[in-house]
Design a protein around this ligand. Structure first.
Ligand code: AHM
Ligand code: MG
Length: 328
C-alpha cells in the first residue's frame, strides 16, 4: 500500500495550484503543534501537567493544565514564521494580534473536551482559518467573518489513534499518526458522510430544559420505525471532536441545542461550530442552529455561543422541521 505523508499530500495540493504556500505551511504548523500536544496527552497522569489549572477561561469555564499547554504550543508554533496576522483562542479573552503584514487569521479550540482529559477519553484540537478582513479597522473587525468565508478548517483527534482531518474547500482528508515514525499518513481520502445514519449524539441529561421540538425529534430518532432507519443508536462521550468524528465516518447526527437555561447552547461559533460545519458540508452533510445554516451566521463576538445540530443532511433537515413546527 502506498503511504502518502501529510507533507507529500500538501505538496501535491500546492503543485495543483490549489492552495497558497502560506496556507499549506500554516496547516503543516498546526500538524506539528498536534504532534507536541499528542506527546503530552499520551503521558497525562505522569507529569505535572495533569488536572485543573485553577483558572477560568473567557467563557467562565475551568481551564485544565493541558488546555494551557495546548494553547501555548499552538501559539508558539504559529507565531514563529510571520504567516499569521491574528489569532484567537477559546482559552483567551482577547484576540492576539501577530504579524500585521500577514494574510491569515486563525481561531482555535486548543484542547476540546476538557472534562475528558483526565479520564482517558478522546480529546482534540479544532482550528478555523480565514483571510484577514481588510475592510476591518480593529483586530476584532478584521477577525469576525461568516463561517462560509473560511479558507480551511480541521481538527486533530487524540484517541485510540491520532487523526488529523482538514478541508480547504475541495474535499475532506484525514491522516493517521504513526508514532513509530513520528509522521502522519493519508488514511481517509475524500471523506464523505455515509447516507445511512447509525447514531445520534446528544447530552440527554439536558432533556428537561430542551425546546419541545428538540424533545419530539429525539423521540422520533428513538422510535421503533425500521422503515425509516429508526431507532438510531445513542453515542455521546462529551468531546465534540470525538462525537463529530464518529458520526462523520459512520453516519449520524450530533446535537447541542439551545435550552431554556442556555438559549444559545454551549458550543462556540468561531472555534467549534464553524470549522466542523465547513468540514461537514464538504463531506456532504449539513450544520444548523435548528433554524439557520451555521456558515451563514454573521458573528458578533469571537466567543459567542450557538446551538449546533450537525451531521447527515436529512437528519439535520428533520431537526429543523421539528423545531419550526413545534408548539411553544
Ligand atoms: P470545551 O471546549 O471546554 O471542552 O467544551 C466543549 C465540550 C464539547 O467537546 C462537548 O461536546 C461538550 O462540551 C460537552 O458538554 P456537556 O458536558 O454539557 O455534554
Ligand atoms: Mg471545545
Amino acid at each position: 500500500m502506498e503511504r502518502i505523508t501529510i507533507e507529500k499530500h500538501f505538496l501535491n495540493q500546492q503543485g495543483n495550484n490549489e492552495l497558497p504556500s502560506d496556507l499549506i505551511n500554516i496547516l503543516y504548523d498546526i500538524n506539528l503543534a498536534g504532534k507536541m500536544i499528542r506527546k503530552q496527552v499520551v503521558i497525562n497522569g505522569l507529569t505535572d501537567q495533569t488536572g485543573d489549572a485553577n483558572v477560568t477561561n473567557a467563557s467562565g469555564e475551568s481551564v485544565q493544565k493541558l488546555d494551557i499547554y495546548a494553547n501555548d504550543s499552538i501559539k508558539s508554533i504559529l507565531t514563529a514564521h510571520g504567516r499569521v496576522a491574528i489569532m484567537a483562542s477559546e482559552e483567551e479573552e482577547d484576540i492576539i494580534p501577530c504579524d500585521p503584514s500577514a494574510e491569515y487569521v486563525i481561531l482555535f479550540d486548543p484542547l476540546d473536551g476538557s472534562s475528558n482529559i483526565d479520564v482517558n477519553v478522546s480529546v482534540g484540537t479544532i482550528f478555523s482559518i480565514y483571510k484577514v478582513n481588510k475592510d476591518g479597522k480593529t483586530p476584532t473587525e478584521k477577525t469576525l467573518r461568516k463561517g462560509s468565508e473560511q479558507v480551511a478548517a480541521g481538527y486533530i483527534i487524540y484517541g485510540s489513534s491520532v487523526v488529523m482531518v482538514y478541508t480547504a474547500g475541495d474535499g475532506v482528508f484525514g491522516f493517521t499518526y504513526d508514532p513509530s515514525l513520528g509522521e502522519f499518513f493519508l488514511s481517509h481520502d475524500r471523506i464523505t458522510i455515509p447516507n445511512k445514519a447509525s447514531y445520534f449524539s446528544v447530552n440527554e441529561g439536558l432533556t428537561p430544559h430542551m425546546h419541545p421540538g428538540t424533545k419530539s425529534v429525539l423521540e422520533e430518532l428513538k422510535s421503533d420505525d425500521p422503515e425509516n432507519g429508526y431507532p438510531l443508536s445513542a453515542r455521546y462521550v462529551g468531546s465534540l471532536v470525538a462525537d463529530f468524528h464518529r458520526n462523520l465516518i459512520k453516519g449520524g447526527i450530533y446535537l447541542y441545542p439551545g435550552t431554556s437555561k442556555s438559549p444559545n447552547g454551549k458550543l462556540r461559533l468561531m472555534y467549534e461550530a464553524n470549522p466542523l460545519a465547513f468540514i461537514c458540508e464538504q463531506a456532504g452533510g449539513k450544520a444548523s442552529t435548528g433554524s439557520q445554516r451555521i456558515l451563514d451566521i454573521e458573528p458578533t463576538d469571537v466567543h459567542q455561543r450557538i446551538p449546533l445540530i450537525i451531521g447527515n443532511a436529512e437528519l439535520v433537515d428533520l431537526v429543523e422541521s421539528f423545531e419550526k413546527t413545534a408548539v411553544l
